[in-house]
Design a protein. Structure first.
Length: 295
């Protein structure tokens, strides 16, 4: 009997070890698949970076330095608004030039500028493909109904990101550049801005806004996991409103209420859209569980 028990114990031990080894191999296989997806994403970003580096004259003069020019699209639209509504909009809202001087203080500063700005352009253009590769990695692990409900993930996430980038570049960045370039604590201090500081500010505001515009997608995922609920978002709406207004006030001249509202309006819409998405998910979940669509 003891010999039989020992054999059974040995067989069980070998079986468990085999399952453990199989699980470990499966885990490393997943890591290898993820690595391949990430490598392809990095290659795509590298290609876009190379194209940006090659066409850098246009990238620098038109895109990077755009918010510093008085004839930038945003400033021209602001002046047209002043012309159309002179009684309601102050003349200072019309911007025709940006004060201050852009300088380079490092030996390799201009080469670094070209490289860094090309990489930023490559990342912005490569994000949709990165999302596509991540979706291809996650998709096999989802059930059929989950795949159907998340089938538009890449499209909506890419559209929201690009809309955020455009909003950040054409609205948030120029308003911030104008405000910070004109802001002084003393007339004796002249604003002389390094090119690194300028590029960092524009890139942070542009990419940051693109990430903020992903809020509906993030809320969708959190709601699917049961972490976020529409009730919680509605209850804390007043705090969200205050936070949005604070963010808008930071990047716009605080005395200009209209500019602040222009910046904050899309953020309000994104928050309300996120509540709608969360409520829709909870409604479907309640209907499936309790037979009621209340949310």
């Amino acid at each position: 009997m003891s010999v039989a028990k020992e054999r059974k114990s040995l067989v069980k031990s070998i079986t468990e070890k085999g399952k453990t080894m199989e699980a470990e191999m499966s885990f490393f296989d997943h890591l290898d698949v993820l690595r391949k997806h990430l490598v392809r994403s990095v290659l795509a970003i590298a290609v876009f970076t190379g194209l940006a580096f090659y066409y850098y004259d246009f990238i620098f003069d038109t895109i990077v330095m755009g918010p510093r020019k008085g004839d930038f699209w945003t400033y021209r639209m602001m002046c047209k608004l002043v012309e159309a509504f002179p009684k309601y909009i102050d003349k200072e809202f019309c911007i025709t030039s940006i004060p201050g001087k852009i300088i380079n203080t490092q030996m390799a500063g201009q080469f670094t500028l070209q490289l860094n700005s090309s990489v930023i352009c490559g990342i912005v253009l490569g994000i949709p493909y990165l999302l596509f590769e991540l979706w291809k990695f996650i998709k096999p692990a989802l059930h059929e109904n989950e795949r159907k409900s998340a089938s538009g993930f890449v499209f909506f996430a890419s559209v929201l990101f690009l809309l955020g980038v455009l909003f950040g570049y054409y609205i948030v960045s120029p308003l911030s550049v104008n405000f910070l370039s004109n802001y002084t604590v003393s007339k004796e201090i002249e604003n002389t801005i390094t090119i690194d500081s300028y590029l960092s500010s524009v890139a942070t505001l542009t990419l940051g806004t693109g990430i903020i515009f992903e809020l509906p997608v993030i809320i969708y995922v959190l709601s699917k996991l049961g972490i976020m609920t529409p009730k919680f978002m509605r209850t804390n709406r007043r705090y969200a409103v205050v936070l949005i207004l604070v963010v808008a006030a930071i990047v716009t001249p605080t005395a200009d209420i209209m500019t602040m509202l222009i910046v904050s309006a899309p953020l309000f819409l994104l928050f309300e859209l996120s509540i709608f998405i969360s409520a829709n998910i909870e409604r479907k979940r309640n209907k499936a569980i309790y037979g009621t669509a209340k949310a």
